[in-house]
Design a binder for this molecule. Structure first.
Ligand code: BES
Ligand code: MN
Ligand code: ZN
Length: 503
């Protein structure tokens, strides 16, 4: 992991391999962003012109490398695009800084030390630049020839313009480090191939983390799930030799006034089961535990940040496989809540494991429950690959979750739960079927989950099927593969709840 420091050193004298500066798109061409004054001065105030000559415009995602001016200890200047220059008196948008820092860290993979001279106006800027650097530097190379091929991440970054002795700056950096480290751990879990990350292996990771961070952890194995009557989780896991688990991770604060429950879909591999997915639809299905990974990371981050709120994470872990022991389309499962579900399509498995975990979470009567799941292809069709959908049983809570997501730079959008879609799940045999109308099937899935949330509990459902796994090239601070989406929204929700600003 990249080491971050706050530094008051002047750019010319700093020993580093590269200096990162920001360049924005001004009305008349590129403009050098604040923070890089010393660098600009060394180019006789002509850095913007030099960058323009080299073809730079200041557009987001743009990288321009140039030799450092004479007298600088660092040999290289890396100018990263910040997008449109903000209006007079307005600062740079946090997400623009986060992304530019991410691009810089990605560009500097394998480099030992960078001096970062991006604009820092306040503690928020320290936090977002820190996050961008740590998230952008992420690489998953544990399976690559003992790492020989891999460059490794940027070793160290000094944030110039931040104040090492300022309490707020220090706290902002600490928060950024805690959240980003846990988010990167979630990415590792998502990227780990499904032959290695079985439900049992995931549960073991949670147990280790619980020990390290003083969390309470309880793992229900197959025997315990049978004894407890968790028919949904057992039904989905029935086809795999790697049995299912339900993990409960609890962080408690002596100063807590509120209790939040996070529930994550943890399908370590989704083949579709007997309703097998065709080739072309299963290669990335190791990502189907991204919700559980996000919940896990958020609970650990809440503990590291000592938030004054109780947070319980529920990881509903199973592998969805076809076999002689697998659940068949037509089977009826008796769920943990007592309701019966006719399984019409074994590929609609996420809602089955979540139903049991939501009901289990509800038994503790938390103030709110948020579930996170790569639940439906339909949500991906609706919102694309970078935005998750938010559904809820409470309009105000849905808005609060959406606001939290916006604040941390996670694109999200509210989706409805139209009542008329409920009857499509009526089953002639059981209380409900696990499938309904094809049109709006992301919302149908949300309506199914709603049936398993305890009376009177505020609930939100994040369908992260689109943004959980980046199949395209890296952008900003988002790598290829597991993205860790929703971690920052969950952490923000915990912070807001601790501050009494939510519910
Ligand atoms: N895990 C998938 C959803 C998914 C698809 C996530 C693509 C990420 C990328 C989920 O279990 C699933 O298979 N959903 C089905 C439900 C259908 C059978 C009602 C879907 O969306 O097609
Ligand atoms: Mn599925
Ligand atoms: Zn799935």
């Amino acid at each position: 992991m990249t080491a971050l420091t706050l530094s008051t050193a002047a750019a010319p004298g700093l020993r580093a391999d590269a200096i990162v500066v920001g360049v924005a798109k001004g009305a008349k061409g590129p403009v050098v962003a604040p923070g890089a004054e010393a660098v600009d001065k060394a180019y006789d105030g002509r850095l913007a012109g030099v960058l323009e000559t080299l073809g730079a415009s200041g557009a987001e995602g743009e990288v321009t490398k140039l030799p450092a001016p004479g007298g600088f200890k660092a040999p290289l200047v890396v100018a990263v695009g910040l997008g449109a220059e903000p209006e007079k008196d307005a600062g740079y948008a946090p997400e623009a800084l986060r992304r530019a820092a991410g691009v810089a860290a990605r560009t500097l993979a394998g480099v030992k030390k960078a001096a970062v001279a991006l604009p820092v106006a306040d503690a928020t800027d320290v936090a977002v630049i820190g996050e961008g650097l740590l998230l952008g530097a992420y690489a998953f190379d544990v399976y690559k020839d003992n790492g020989k091929d891999a460059k490794g991440p940027l070793g160290e970054a000094a944030l110039l313009g931040a104040k090492p002795r300022d309490k707020e700056h220090k706290a902002a950096l600490e928060r950024a480090v805690a959240v980003s480290e846990e988010l990167n751990r979630a990415r590792d879990l998502i990227n780990t191939p499904p032959n290695d990350l079985t439900p049992e292996a995931f549960a073991a990771v949670a147990q280790t983390a619980a020990k390290e961070h003083g969390l309470k952890v309880q793992v229900l194995d197959v025997k315990a799930l049978e004894k407890g009557g968790y028919g949904g989780i057992l039904g989905v896991g029935a086809g795999s030799v790697a049995g299912p688990r339900l993990v409960k991770l609890s962080y408690t604060s002596s100063k807590a006034k509120k209790h939040l429950a996070f529930v994550g879909k943890g399908i370590t591999y989704d083949s579709g089961g007997i309703s097998l997915k065709p080739a072309g639809h299963n290669e990335t299905m190791k990502c189907d535990m991204s919700g559980a990974a996000a919940v896990f990371a958020a609970v650990v981050a809440a503990a590291r940040l000592n938030l004054e709120v109780n947070v319980t994470g529920w990881l509903a872990l199973a592998e969805n496989m076809p076999s002689g022991s697998a659940t068949r389309p037509g089977d009826v499962l008796r769920m943990y809540s007592g309701k019966t579900v006719e399984v019409l399509n074994t590929d609609a498995e996420g809602r089955l494991v979540l139903a049991d975990a939501l009901w289990a979470a509800s038994q503790e009567k938390p103030d709110a429950v948020v579930d996170v799941a790569t639940l439906t292809g339909a949500m991906m069709l609706a919102l694309g690959s970078r935005t998750f959908g938010i559904m809820a049983n409470d309009d105000a809570f849905r808005s609060a979750v959406h606001e939290a997501a916006e604040e941390v730079g996670e694109p999200a959008w509210p989706m409805p739960l139209p009542e008329h879609l409920r009857k499509g799940m009526d089953s002639p045999t059981a209380d409900i079927a696990n499938m309904g109308e094809r049109m709006g099937s992301g919302l149908v899935a949300g309506l199914f989950l709603r049936e398993f949330v305890g009376e009177g509990i505020s609930w939100a459902h994040l369908d992260i099927a689109g943004p959980a796994f980046n199949e395209g090239g890296p952008f900003g601070y988002t790598p290829k593969g597991g993205t860790g989406t929703a971690v920052r929204t969950l952490v923000r929700l915990a912070e807001l709840t601790a501050a009494g600003d939510l519910g």
